[in-house]
Design a protein around this ligand. Structure first.
Ligand code: MN
Length: 231
């Protein structure tokens, strides 16, 4: 049997120090995982983690030292940047214990959870799904991944993003309300995790609007940077 038409190709993310690509399976995202960001969104700072998803096709690979042009999305007057630590899962598991969760991590990356905030809030306020605000085309730019062997695990590295050279978000990854092992453990009670899964772990405070023509440059110290221009 053949496919009726050519299926969409698997998205592959470059890996620092390797010629292999990381094949993307699912993209999970954590909401409100930095206290100061939860407060700026109008919530208290300690609630159980919650999750939403983006399609793998939302990934935009941003090679090192390259600015990638991304078309400004439709139907929004309030496109916002969320700079995030991304976990790349390397081995399968369900009901993973927090103590062994790090063993399931292949590596880490820096990504942007681009958000049509006006649509997200309109849906949120009506108790409706967030997809039109979060899961749109090209809403998940990401830099090449660093294997654990090269980067280690997050330990207080700075996370930041600038828009046209001006600081917008600046924090450090130790400020996560739910740590990477806790996120993996909790997420794996809802979904069986598989190699190729990505987890965007949430954004610190300072989220803000991006306009056409502006360039976002963000990074996590020791892990990488990425640069995206909205066009
Ligand atoms: Mn986010």
């Amino acid at each position: 049997m053949t496919f009726l038409f050519e299926p969409e190709a698997t998205v592959g993310i470059p890996i620092v120090g390797s010629d292999a690509l990381f094949p993307v399976r699912r993209v999970y995202c954590v909401g409100r995982n930095y206290a100061a960001h939860a407060r700026e969104m109008g919530f208290s700072d300690r609630e159980p983690p919650f999750f939403f998803c983006k399609p793998a096709g939302a990934i935009v690979v941003v090679p090192t030292d390259t600015t990638v042009d991304v078309p400004f999305p439709s139907r929004t007057d309030n496109l916002q940047h969320e700079i995030e630590l991304v976990v790349a899962i390397g081995s399968a598991g369900r009901d993973i214990a927090t103590e062994s969760a790090a063993d399931h991590v292949f590596g880490y990356g820096v990504g942007l959870d681009m958000t049509r905030r006006d649509l997200q809030f309109a849906m949120r306020d009506k108790g409706r799904p967030w997809e039109i605000g979060k899961a749109f085309d090209r809403s998940a730019p990401i830099a090449p991944l660093c294997p654990v062997a090269a980067f280690g695990h997050p330990a207080g590295q700075a996370i930041w993003v600038q828009v046209d050279g001006v600081d917008r978000q600046r924090s450090d990854v130790s400020q996560l309300i739910w740590s990477v092992p806790e996120v993996i453990a909790n997420l794996s009670t809802y979904f069986a995790l598989e190699p190729g899964d990505l987890i965007y772990t949430g954004t610190p405070e300072g989220v803000g609007k991006v306009e056409r023509g502006q360039t976002m440059r963000g990074g996590i110290d020791g892990l990488g940077t990425l640069s995206v221009r909205m066009v």
